[in-house]
Design a protein. Structure first.
Lengths: 539, 249
């Protein structure tokens, strides 16, 4: 096997906020460092999905003149609401009674995908080489075990792995330092965390699945600058989650729902909970007369401080949510991801210039405001394992009275794949049929994501044991993959009375939920051919 | 032999097209754009002919706004030697594009001009034919197989009745069908090399061509939503409905 090799000072895997901030900061500190950034999406931003209410703190430090550079950050938050929903009722919670971390008056409603496109322009202007459409599929190691770089995915293999006419071998990119910035549940990050035991002594990582739709509303129902969050219905007291509704520019709203992947009932369908949420009178009345124009979903990190792995290893660093820097009670991760990338860049420059150890990253990180934020936020998410009501009471005490300084740290007890109870012990959930006006099915939703994968290529959702879904998971958990996948990749089909587990990998939108939630960890997400996956616009 | 290949930047075929609310066009802001798919076949075929030693140079040309250069850059990454970008601010009609291409042909003197059979944005399927008329060259449209001979091409065309094989003398225009070949991927090293290949930029206004639109757009709207189907219980009922409700038999 001969692959071409390219040498760089720094190779960055992933063109999200953390990777791009790393690249920009590196070039600002030393324009002579050569930096290459790979992105699996067909273009920067096409795999980015986020709420997003943006705190500019990290960007203010990185590019203080972002306003002059015409950054796509325009809509200031002007009004905030927090609602507790019952089935038909709502209670509005006064915003002054919200913990400070949940107040947004200095923040902006943005599309993170568009911000990333803009950051990529800034990075390219500084001389960063950006290559979209090239997934890093493999970590390369030196003989001493340190990270040497990555290899890109082979292109043009058929579904059995044979070379097609269009076959193009992957190439090796070697870096003095490799930065992994793949986002939540990066598949190389996952390998590195395991190999270097970066999560030793940490709590298991916690995840959520986030859905987002963009709607164009009728003019009279749109309130530019309004940020609204809800908790409660349709989720029960024991399931962690809530909604967001952000009124952006051009009569658009960003509407979404996040559900903790530590849910227990295998009959729960996160997608259908989100759809059902939209039928609440308070939400439905807003959407009526409007039009859904985008849909997508992505897993996100919820573990925070307790689950944050060691972020350095020989030859490489983890940044952003490849490690897990999202601040859950703040419902924000972009500013912390960016800052983690900037700290990584400072570390790398010291390493290349004066041979300082990469372990300095950890010290620098501990002395930064990101660490302080994550430390103060640490007890919020685990307290919700006691249920919504106790969680809220505790969070009030912890965040408002003690400002996150209580002298103890609650633990995350289980990984998300361990929390499902057997299907016969849990109540079935009847979800209403979509009306195709306010609520939709998965088929019409996946269409809006623009996702596609060349059909004749190896399946990128791999089963460790091919028989397990039918032999075990179907009987015990009623195969929850049918429900947790937000685009219906997994189906149980009956053929001549024989049940078959079908993987429609073409529809995959790279959310990584299956890799996280599969109760036996039987599904592994690997990189498909470059350019595959969703083609999100302004998500 | 020199081959000129025309490529166009269009909305990616996977993206769901959204019509602007005021009916003035379709939304292109932050929408993923790509090379028009049959143009990829046109480039691939040119590169194959060059690899077979039957062509000496491939020039990729595009007519479009600043970012249309990406399309030329991609052609360079899969094997074109140099590029030409004709800069315009608005989307031009096929007639204007064919007049511009005529000027480029006169300047570059290629033996062959390849392009996709049509662009997936407006589906006009006119530019190649119009260029042939302007140049008074033979044309072979909807090519699914091309064989290069001395001073001529044998081209298999996809036509309604099946396949038609014709021979055209060179110089000639060939518009390419999707079945012509399987376009290769641009490899990372080739994308890097393509960044160093030259792209000549020419302002369309400097070519002395009348590019004024001949077509007036009155309104652009989405096609009506398909109504949900119904299930019928029997063949009789189906026939009934086709006769009385749909009135098609």
């Amino acid at each position: 096997m001969s692959r071409e090799v390219m040498e760089y000072d720094v190779v960055i895997v992933g063109g999200g906020p953390s990777g791009l901030s790393t690249a920009i900061k590196l070039k600002q500190l030393n324009p002579d460092i050569n930096v290459c950034l790979l992105e699996k999406a067909s273009e920067i931003g096409a795999h980015i999905l986020s709420g997003n209410v943006f705190e500019t703190r990290a960007l203010d430090e990185l590019l203080p003149n972002w306003k002059d550079l015409n950054a796509p950050i325009k809509t200031k938050v002007t009004k905030e609401k927090f609602l507790f929903l019952g089935k038909t009722k709502k209670i509005s919670w006064p915003t002054w009674l919200l913990p400070k971390v949940q107040q947004n008056h200095n923040n902006y409603i943005i599309s993170l995908a568009n911000l990333c496109r803009w950051l990529a322009e800034q990075a390219e202007n500084l001389g960063v080489e950006i290559f979209p459409g090239f997934p890093a599929s493999e970590v390369l190691y030196n003989e001493d075990g340190s990270v040497k770089g990555i290899a890109t995915q082979d292109m043009g293999l058929d579904k059995d792995g044979n070379k097609k006419d269009s076959y193009e071998p992957g190439m090796e990119l070697h870096g003095k330092v490799t930065v992994f910035a793949e986002g939540c549940r990066g598949h190389l990050g996952k390998e590195l965390i395991k190999k270097f035991e970066l999560d030793k002594g940490k709590d298991p990582q916690q995840y959520g699945i986030g859905f987002k739709e963009i709607w164009e509303l009728k003019e009279e129902k749109h309130e530019e600058g309004l940020v609204m969050h809800t908790a409660g219905w349709p989720l029960d007291n024991n399931t962690y989650g809530g909604s967001f509704v952000y009124h952006a520019e051009n009569k658009q709203i960003f509407l979404g729902y996040v559900i903790g992947l530590d849910y227990k009932n295998p009959h729960l369908s996160p997608f259908d909970e989100f759809q059902r949420f939209k039928t609440h009178p308070a939400i439905k009345s807003m959407l009526e007369g409007g039009k859904r124009i985008s849909y997508g979903a992505r897993a996100l990190i919820e573990g925070g401080f307790q689950s944050l792995p060691k972020m350095f290893m020989p030859g490489a660093l983890l940044v952003g949510c490849d490690a897990g820097t999202l601040n859950m009670p703040k419902i924000k991760g972009s500013h912390t991801a960016m800052k983690s990338g900037m700290i990584a860049a400072e570390t790398i420059v010291d390493h290349l210039n004066s041979n300082k150890e990469l372990s300095v990253y950890e010290e620098k990180f501990k002395n930064s405001w990101v660490y302080k934020e994550l430390y103060e936020a640490r007890n919020v998410k685990p307290s919700f394992s006691w249920g919504l009501i106790l969680g809220i009471i505790f969070t009030g005490i912890d965040q408002i009275l003690f400002k996150g300084k209580l002298p103890f740290t609650l633990k995350h007890k289980h990984a998300d794949h361990e929390t499902l109870k057997p299907a016969n012990e849990m109540p079935k959930i009847e979800y209403p049929k979509p009306d195709n006006v306010i609520t939709f099915d998965k088929t019409s939703s996946v269409y809006l994501t623009g996702t596609n994968h060349t059909d004749n290529q190896p399946v990128h959702l791999q089963l460790k044991d091919k028989d397990l879904p039918i032999k075990y998971t179907l009987g015990k958990y009623d195969e929850p993959a049918q429900r947790y996948c937000p685009v219906g990749v997994y189906e149980i089909q009956k053929e001549n009375e024989v049940e078959k587990f079908v993987i429609n990998s073409q529809n995959c939108i790279h959310c990584k939920t299956c890799d996280i939630k599969e109760p036996s960890q039987n599904i592994t997400w690997v990189t498909p051919e470059g350019g595959g996956g969703p083609k999100y616009g302004n998500m | 032999m020199k081959i000129l290949v025309a490529v166009k930047r269009v909305i990616d075929y996977n993206v769901q097209i959204r019509v602007k609310e005021d009916g003035s066009g379709v939304v292109t802001d932050n929408v993923k754009m790509s090379t028009n798919p049959p143009d990829d076949n046109a480039i691939e075929e040119a590169v194959k002919i060059k690899e077979a030693g039957k062509a000496s140079e491939i020039i990729a040309v595009t007519v479009g706004e600043e970012k249309a250069q990406e399309t030329v850059r991609k052609a360079l990454a899969v094997g074109a030697d140099r590029g030409i970008h004709i800069k315009v601010d608005s989307v031009l009609e096929p007639l204007a594009v064919s007049k511009i291409l005529k000027k480029i042909v006169e300047k570059e003197n290629p033996d062959l001009v390849f392009m996709g059979k049509q662009a997936i944005d407006d589906d006009c399927n006119q530019t190649g034919q119009m260029l042939a008329a302007h140049l008074n060259w033979p044309q072979a449209t909807f090519a699914s197989k091309i064989e290069v001979k001395e001073n001529s091409l044998e081209v298999t065309r996809e036509v309604d009745e099946g396949l038609e094989t014709i021979e055209v003398n060179t110089p000639a225009i060939v518009t390419c069908d999707l079945r012509l070949n399987e376009p290769r991927y641009a490899s990372l090293p080739n994308i890097m090399k393509a960044k160093k290949k030259p792209i000549e930029q020419i302002n369309a206004s400097d070519l002395g061509v009348d590019t004024n639109p001949r077509i007036e757009h009155i309104k652009i709207e989405e096609p009506p939503k398909r109504k949900a189907g119904i299930k019928v219980a029997s063949v009789e009922e189906l026939v009934q409905k086709l006769k009385n409700e749909a009135k098609v038999i």
